[in-house]
Design a protein around this ligand. Sequence first.
Ligand SMILES: Cc1cc2nc3c(=O)[nH]c(=O)nc-3n(C[C@H](O)[C@H](O)[C@H](O)COP(=O)(O)OP(=O)(O)OC[C@H]3O[C@@H](n4cnc5c(N)ncnc54)[C@H](O)[C@@H]3O)c2cc1C
Length: 270
Amino acid sequence: MYVVACIKQVPDTTQVQIDPVTNTLVRDGIPFIINPYDTHALEESLRMKGRYGFKAAALSMGPPNAEAALRKALALGVDEAILLSDRAFGGADTLSTSNVLAAAISKLAQDDEVGIVFCGKQTIDGDTAQVGPGIAIRLGFSQLTLVDRIEHLDFLAKKIRVRRKLEGRYEIVEAKLPAMITVVRELNRPRYPTVPMRLKASKGEVRVWDNSELKLDPNSIGLKGSPTWVSRIFSPERSKGEMLGDGLNDPKGTARLLVERLLARDMLAV
Ligand SMILES: Cc1cc2nc3c(=O)[nH]c(=O)nc-3n(C[C@H](O)[C@H](O)[C@H](O)COP(=O)(O)OP(=O)(O)OC[C@H]3O[C@@H](n4cnc5c(N)ncnc54)[C@H](O)[C@@H]3O)c2cc1C
């Protein structure tokens, strides 16, 4: 049985630059990391591999440089790393991203049953939290979002019980396998690859599947398969409030200024 982790390579910054003309991400010169939530998805897939002997696979859709994320997954111990990369996949919104990932999982399932797909709860760039549920709906998998604990897994009875972390409460849910699970940070503490593991992984194979492998209708992928269009992206104007300092330099001076302002307005007791 396969346990799959979907990992996305994202810019290592909160200052995501958007091309004002094309309204797409400016990728040049930005260091990339595995989306932080996806490192927890990956970790849980590796724990399941260790505990139940499942085969762990990592999938990423992205440009050729997303191979780096998959190589890290190999270093951590996944058995298969697959990059979904094709010019035709470019410019995808969440709908066509889900189409490609779901098709890749179906292709993997031709080799062996896929029991669980782990995704992060959302990415730190796109931030939509739509792709995991999009995969589940396309594959007809149970959908378990915002999971912070796997309570019980009975893979012979094909049942899983998880805890969902909701606002101000938890929810325990039991579902049938196969399941798609989106995870939050509290689920686990991701491991780090050792130097020997990194060295071994540098020789490991990252398979690349393009659309000649997935055979998806060209109208359902990439820009063509994306019914949502970004008409304009902009930072909202600050309507009220005042910025003290520049947010980077002289934090002590800025804190002093803040205290002075609060004292002057009688908002702080000393
Ligand atoms: C309206 C709109 C238009 C867009 N147009 C463009 C565009 O023109 N060009 C462009 O480059 N981007 C575009 N994007 C961004 C693109 O849609 C997203 O990068 C992509 O669909 C993933 O969505 P997300 O980042 O919100 O993921 P989320 O739904 O927040 O991610 C949830 C989880 O799904 C999994 N996942 C998500 N994406 C991947 C992936 N690629 N590989 C593996 N796992 C993944 C991860 O486990 C992740 O934690 C657009 C987004 C929107 C909303």
